[in-house]
Every structure is written in structure tokens, then in C-alpha cells.
Design a protein around this ligand. Structure first.
Ligand SMILES: Cc1cc2nc3c(=O)[nH]c(=O)nc-3n(C[C@H](O)[C@H](O)[C@H](O)COP(=O)(O)O)c2cc1C
Length: 331
């Protein structure tokens, strides 16, 4: 029987399937079910930077308005960083999940700045999370903001978080960079241990009957795999951290393809929303059958074999125009 174990960010995983941050990972019962279906790790539902900041501000203002306020208590609060409400719920959840499932638990924070919330990762580490994933995203729609300003935020966040905690930190990023390959490489040369390519975003759509803006599909489809497949293939041998594939991994074949181009692990969300936790077991079964048929004993026997620099057809990953098909394509 093939050995499916992999290493991601220094975490030993029994197989390459991680359940991505979502409503699937916001409660212990669901996480237990995912684990029983074979998930090797889970990324908890994200806490938003704003939630961390707002709670702290609310708590400080409660102290300031309280009749028994002593100035020292405010100082104490600022230095001790006592979390409250949803932040403490989040820490409780980490402890609860850790006590009930044996797989690594990766906490997650959605953030856009390197200010005011960056005390919280230390609390996450203390609560027992095995790693932290930072979902960093700013839509580059502000025409007055330079590329340098936007990109600097990522490195500021890394400096405030990844450099200051002991557990491994991954960055989950978008593909909206002026020079994506260069940015991915620069990020990988920092203290982060993993990059998750890529996040999926809310996308607007139009209701033609009611002249309204609506939401595009929340869940991905299998065809969405190609974006991360291309970029993992291009970057796999050029980065100094692990790469995890996210978006469009819906079945065992997609999992195998991502491993072949060099992913260390994949994150799965939409396929589980659509098909239930059993989809994880099916994907693992398909991976194992394929490895047996190919005579592979370990993931390392084939991982990265088709990355851009190792494949026999490196140009395929950089081809962007359908020249051959546009001429005489008949459908
Ligand atoms: C309902 C839902 C909730 C999500 N919530 C989060 C979240 O809190 N934090 C995050 O980083 N990603 C979140 N995501 C994005 C997923 O983690 C994942 O990156 C995305 O769905 C692409 O993977 P998929 O094609 O397997 O669905 C969410 C996705 C869905 C569908």
C-alpha cells in the first residue's frame, strides 16, 4: 500500500489533503467528520483583522468609561493584550479542536494591514494551533496607490507576525500582482513557510431582469484548477517555501495533477460543500489506486515531476495565446 504522507511547512501530514478555511471548519463536529473522512489537516474559518481590532477598541473604551477606571488598568490591558469575545471564542475553538482531533490545526486570519491586530497570533500560538495562515488581500483598484505601497504591506505583515511567533506561517494570496512570479519568489524568501495559491474571491455578477448587482458563484468548479496549476508549476522549483494549491481541486485527478506540478499539499473546500466529506476519502482512494498502477510507493516518487523546470515541455506553462487553435478552430 502506497505511503501518502507529505510534509507541509514542517508539519507531518498523513496525506496531502487539507480542508481549506470555510464554514466547513468553523465547528468541532464538522471538523471531526472531515478528519474521519481522511483530511490530513484543517484550516479554521478565518477571524477578520477588523474583529480583532474592534473588540480591543471596545474593550479599551469600556475600561475608560468604567467608574472604577485606574490608569494602570489601561496600561496593563495594552501590554497584556487580553483578548475578548470572538477572539477568545476563537482561542477556545482552537483548544477544543486540538483536544478532539489528532490532525494539525491551522488557524487563519484575514488581514489587510500590519497594524493593531498583530498581537493576536501570539495568542493563537499559545492556544495550541499548529500553524497560522494569513489570508492577505487588497484589491488593487486604488489608482493613487503605487505598486510598492501595496506590496510593502505584505512584507510588513510578515515582519509583524511570521518573524515573531514560533509556529509556521503561510500566506494565502491572490494572483493580482503586477509581477506575480517575482512577488511569489520574494515572499518565499521571507520567514513564511508556505504560500497558498490562490484564494478565491467574491465576484460580482449582473441580474439582467432586475438591473441589480448580484453575487457570482460562491463555489468553484473543476475548470478553475488551471490557474493554480500553472503557477505552482512555474514557481515550484523557484521558491524557498512550500506551495499549497487552492481553488478548483474537486477530485483525485486534480489532486494528482497539483502534486505532479510540485504542490506539497492541496486545500479543498467547494468539492466538500458539493459532495460531502466523503469526497476526501474518494480522492485519497483515487490517489492510492493511481500510485499503485504507476508503481509509486511514496508521494516523493512523482511530486514535482511535471513542474515547469522538470517537464519536457516547459513552454506549455507559459503559453497564453491559443494560436494553433484560433486558426481553423471549429469547436
Ligand atoms: C463558504 C466559503 C467560506 C470561505 N471562507 C473563507 C475564510 O474565512 N477564509 C479564507 O481564507 N478563505 C475562505 N474561503 C475560501 C476557501 O478557503 C478556498 O480558498 C476557496 O473556496 C477556493 O477553494 P475551492 O475551489 O476548493 O473551493 C471560503 C470559501 C467558501 C466557499
Amino acid at each position: 500500500m502506497a505511503d501518502l504522507s507529505v510534509e507541509y511547512m514542517g508539519l507531518k501530514l498523513r496525506n496531502p489533503i487539507i480542508v481549506g478555511s470555510s464554514g466547513l471548519t468553523d465547528n468541532t463536529e464538522s471538523i471531526r467528520n472531515l478528519e474521519q473522512n481522511g483530511a490530513a489537516a484543517i484550516v479554521l474559518k478565518s477571524l477578520f483583522e477588523e474583529e480583532i481590532v474592534l473588540e480591543k477598541e471596545a474593550s479599551i473604551s469600556r475600561m475608560q468609561s468604567g467608574s472604577s477606571l485606574y490608569p494602570e488598568s489601561l496600561d496593563f490591558y495594552q501590554y497584556e493584550d487580553t483578548p475578548a469575545e470572538s477572539t477568545s471564542d476563537y482561542l477556545d475553538m482552537i483548544k477544543s479542536v486540538k483536544s478532539q482531533v489528532p490532525i494539525p490545526v491551522i488557524a487563519s486570519i484575514n488581514c489587510m494591514t500590519a497594524q493593531q491586530w498583530t498581537w493576536f497570533p501570539k495568542e493563537i500560538e499559545r492556544a495550541g494551533a499548529d500553524a497560522l495562515e494569513l489570508n492577505v488581500f487588497m484589491l488593487p483598484s486604488d489608482m493613487d496607490r503605487s505598486v510598492e505601497e501595496t506590496e510593502k504591506v505584505y512584507f510588513d505583515i510578515i515582519g509583524e507576525v511570521a518573524d515573531r511567533i514560533g509556529i509556521p506561517v503561510a500566506l494565502k494570496i491572490s494572483y493580482y500582482f503586477s509581477n506575480l512570479a517575482n512577488m511569489i519568489r520574494k515572499l518565499s524568501e521571507t520567514s513564511i513557510r508556505g504560500l497558498v495559491l490562490f484564494n478565491r474571491f467574491y465576484s460580482p455578477d449582473i441580474d439582467l431582469d432586475n438591473f441589480e448587482i448580484t453575487s457570482g458563484s460562491v463555489l468553484s468548479s473543476p475548470g478553475d484548477l488551471s490557474l493554480s496549476l500553472r503557477w505552482i508549476a512555474i514557481m515550484a522549483d523557484r521558491v524557498k517555501c512550500d506551495l499549497a494549491a487552492s481553488t478548483g481541486v474537486h477530485d483525485g485527478n486534480a489532486l494528482i495533477k497539483q502534486l505532479l506540478v510540485g504542490a506539497s499539499a492541496v486545500q479543498v473546500v467547494s468539492a466538500i460543500y458539493k459532495h460531502g466529506g466523503e469526497r476526501i476519502a474518494e480522492m485519497l482512494h483515487d490517489l492510492e489506486s493511481w500510485m499503485d498502477a504507476q508503481g509509486f510507493n511514496n508521494i516523493g516518487d512523482f511530486q514535482g515531476r511535471l513542474s515547469q523546470s522538470k517537464s519536457g515541455n516547459p513552454a506549455a506553462f507559459e503559453r497564453v495565446q491559443f494560436m494553433k487553435y484560433f486558426r481553423g478552430f471549429t469547436g
